[in-house]
Write a protein that binds this ligand. Sequence first.
Ligand code: GLN
Ligand code: ZN
Length: 763
Amino acid sequence: MGVSVASLGFPRIGLRRELKTALESYWSGRSELDALLSTASTLRRVNWTSQKEHGADIVPSNDFSLYDHVLDISAMLGAVPEAYGWKGGTVDPVTYFAMARGSQGCCAHGVTAGEMTKWFDTNYHYLVPDLTADQTFRLSTTKVVDEYREAKALGFQTRPVLLGPVTYLLLAKIRGDQEVSPLGLLERVLPVYQQVLEQLVAEGADWVQFDEPGLALDLDDAARAAFRTAYATLTAAVPSIKIMLTPYFGALDDNLDTALSLPVHGLHLDLVRAPEQLADVLGKVRPELLLSLGVVDGRNVWRADLSRLLNGLEPIFRARGNLVLAPSCSLLHVPIDLARETDLDPEIGQWLAFAVQKIAELRTLATALEQGRDAVRDVLEASDRAASLRRSSPRIHDLAVQTRLMAVTPEQSCRNAPFARRRDEQQAWLDLPLFPTTTIGSFPQTPEIRAARAANARGELPEADYTAFLREQTSKAVRWQEEVGLDALVHGEFERNDMVQYFGEQLSGFVFTKHAWVQSYGSRYVRPPIIFGDVSRPHPMTVEWWRYAQSLTERPMKGMLTGPVTILNWSFVRDDQPRAATCRQIALAIRDEVQDLEAAGAAMIQIDEAALREGLPLRRRDWKTYLDWAVESFRLTASGVADRTQIHTHMCYSEFNDIIVAIAAMDADVISIETARSKMELLDAFVQDAYPAEIGPGVYDIHSPRVPTVEEMVALLRAARERLEDRQIWVNPDCGLKTRKWPEVEPAIANMVEAARLLRAEA
Ligand code: GLN
Ligand code: ZN
């Protein structure tokens, strides 16, 4: 009886990004595997220790991953696609990283990496399990047990966490057959999970956490039945281990009865995303089911209002006597420790809590429940003070922004002429060839550029020298683009640290951290800005760089902006007003920039909405509301220009079938998308009637160091021609090239330009 504090998962990257350093050094051959594994082991020890120290009673193991926790399960199951040449046995690191990143291979071809996509509605990416209809599974790693044992040897009794079998399969794809449901493989997957559970029992584990965020999705009866089969089978087969079933990211809703009927010992609830489900659950739950209440936001950085939470928790504790308190989801999505942010504006700092602070908040709540509020009076008072200051702070509320927003008219979100008329004007002005070639914006952020930026930030490289250096980089990139024969040029984004941060730093209402990294995928981490107040643009942000770049060439130079929905979705967003309102504020700020670029002479302006799709609510019935305000925000940003000005947009990782109407409603003149890894299948959505405008389907997978051949890209473009009209097609990479190296980019883009030339000859 009592209250325990549980952590469902902790950031893997290390307070000083140790994992990134170790991975990249291993990948580049600068260090041995042992060094990587030893860093990983140190990180796990530090994480367990720190979670305990901050007050967690239950700490997870196997939440760590060298690359991705979904890939870890594929490896555990031995689900390695044939192309990787794996011979069976244990999935070794070379195979594991080849699945994650592709490999150049010994012969000319190499193997491409697996497909990556967003983890639910987060900015974390996982490797999509790539299965076949007759897939077999065999336990092929010892990771789960190894990490449990490792913790135990250090004195930590952990609750191992695994991505549950049903969500794993819901996220999987059956190669070559979209129609076959991967859930058909459940019976084959379960024995491997069972074996892992048996091994854990043998090692002394008493609880295990099964993450099943799939329960927060729209499911059909077959999927619900799969949950029943899976948990009936596992609990019957291994009765001595207790399962904490852990759905998160939303309400259980119409899956609630299914979840409550499963023969598990505990059920977690995400009460940040879906507080309203609590009453329903309390009314229906069997008394012996242990509830884990996810009351502290695992997806955002705001400090919890502890007294308010206690008001809700006290009666539940009195009624049930036995509770687990937890973050709403794994803390993977928040930075590690606010204490590192010593330079943060203190007024804003007091409104925040990162991973370890969130665990401490849960400890305070648990203590208050068990011993009464007086036992933690000081902490509660500090929390009350922070909450009330945040409600009233003049730093947050800007009357001018609110007034301008209220005066927005519907006309401001409409271009003058429809696309067909705009296209003629644009073509007359731009005079582009068939299949015009371009890139998405950024060029390699070389060590030299990073060093210069760091030196400038430290005050060691004077502003004027830094600018001169960046101009030099820009001018080299412009010259190279002309030489290689691209049609629409970009300035290269050398001055940008990040496509959102660069804008956020120049807008009011944003604050930035120094160390608050979160994992995006593999060794790529981001430091999302924190939007704490009303947003406005004090001065132009990109016009000078565009002007300089355009002055170097006769060819069109694209203005390059990040769109409002993406800025919103890649930031930690204030939770004291609707997201839609924050998004519209950003839209007005970027609209000013679009108009300034046009006034400076830009004929093409790209407004990246890389993250539009990932903001989609998990439940379909919530889509329309989101898409309405997201599309309106984009249009508000893009529509203040003349018809002959060509508006581009770009989206990453997107699957468009189900939102093509909204994508078309954005009314951009050109959209570039990521299609290289999916072999143009994604293009099926863009049939003529649905999408009349121009499209650049990516032909170069920029997530892999591999250089694609001319033939490969021609083949992709031919596949595009089967689906689109010639006049619609642009030729470009999947995304920006900032993470690649010049020796990869130069031949790849040269091949791409050649592919476009060959295609023109075919047309
Ligand atoms: N313009 C950006 C770039 O090229 C777009 C990146 C993105 O969509 N993620 O880097
Ligand atoms: Zn992109």
